[in-house]
Design a protein around this ligand. Structure first.
Ligand code: SD4
Length: 314
């Protein structure tokens, strides 16, 4: 395809992720290496929603979910992992060095240590600490419904990092990245600290192959962000790739999948956000979200990162 290499990531913080991926793609490197570097770049940032600086669960602990998938249906996922700084890298190690695809919790952490990864302190970042204290005032022991914050002003840490908000509320900037390398191969990753103040042990869509991420090198790839429960219900990213296989463009495929979520319960669909991005084998990209306010970042062979606002259902 003409349009390669190419990398796209969820949100405007995708500028950070794409910034990690681009040096690899530019040199003719592999999409898999590029998406791993995208994950590392985001996981190094202190922000609400990716990495160990993210918001904790309702018991005050940060638990990370991530997955990675290459152009040959190899995939690795980790969920509910604590004190591991780079969960997408851990997912890649799991993919490459074990016969397994998915590990969770203590076992995943044990595998990280056995793989030579160091365990971090487990302390909350100052912003997460503050957000958690704020949340504890009401301590509503129920999952928080995830709505886009358009009015709240993010407190930045770095130019584009998704942030904790002054009012202690959560936004949702799970990072999903899809890359098409100069050999025409696709890979993807998804990394998150999950919904802030989630119930302990809760796992979202992000580490689930076919929900938070799917790659089929013959067809295309998709990833997303938002209320994980609603994405899992429709196997969101697998659905998108299947729609593309049947001829839909990336945007049409994302739109049809969002509509499928709406159809389940149109009233409830007003109260949460889901945003998908997708890339076709030919380098065409697209996106669609449920609520307004979802955007994504595309870096193409010009080397420039462009932030694009997705169309939305509402
Ligand atoms: C989840 N999809 O855990 C994630 C939430 C998200 O930034 O997008 N967080 O359900």
């Amino acid at each position: 395809a003409a349009n390669m290499p190419l990398v796209i990531s969820t949100w405007d913080s995708g500028q950070i992720a794409n910034g990690g991926a681009w040096p690899i793609l530019e040199k003719g490197g592999k999409a898999l290496d590029a998406v791993e570097q995208a994950a590392i770049a985001m996981e190094n940032e202190i922000n609400c929603c990716v990495g160990l600086g993210g918001n904790p669960d309702r018991d005050g602990r940060v638990t990370l979910d991530a997955c990675i998938m290459d152009d040959k249906f190899n995939c690795g996922s980790v969920a509910f992992v604590e004190r591991v700084k780079h969960p997408a890298t851990l997912a890649r190690k799991l993919m490459e060095n074990t016969p397994h695809v998915f590990m969770a919790g203590e076992g995943a952490q044990q595998f990280a240590v056995a793989s030579g990864m160091k365990l971090e302190s487990g302390e909350l970042s100052p912003d997460a600490e503050k957000a958690y204290k704020e949340w504890l005032k009401k301590a509503e022991y129920k999952p928080i419904i995830n709505i886009e914050h358009q009015q709240s002003k993010p407190k930045g840490h770095g130019p584009f990092a998704p942030s904790h908000f002054d009012d202690g509320s959560v936004n949702h900037d799970t990072m999903g990245t899809l890359a098409l390398d100069s050999s025409g191969n696709l890979s993807g990753m998804c990394t998150t600290s999950g919904m802030g103040f989630k119930m302990r042990g809760r796992i979202g869509d992000s580490p689930i192959i076919g929900s938070g991420l799917y790659v089929d090198n013959e067809v295309g790839a998709a990833t997303g962000s938002g209320q994980g429960e609603e994405v899992i219900r429709v196997c969101g990213t697998h659905t998108i790739v299947e729609l593309m296989r049947n001829g839909a463009s990336p945007t049409e495929a994302c739109k049809k999948t969002i509509e499928r979520i709406v159809k389940i319960n149109p009233e409830k669909a007003k109260s949460f956000q889901v945003g998908f991005i997708a890339i076709a084998k030919n380098g065409e990209v697209g996106a669609y979200s449920l609520q307004k306010g979802f955007n994504y970042t595309v870096t193409d062979k010009s080397g420039k990162a462009k932030v694009i606002n997705a169309k939305s259902h509402f």
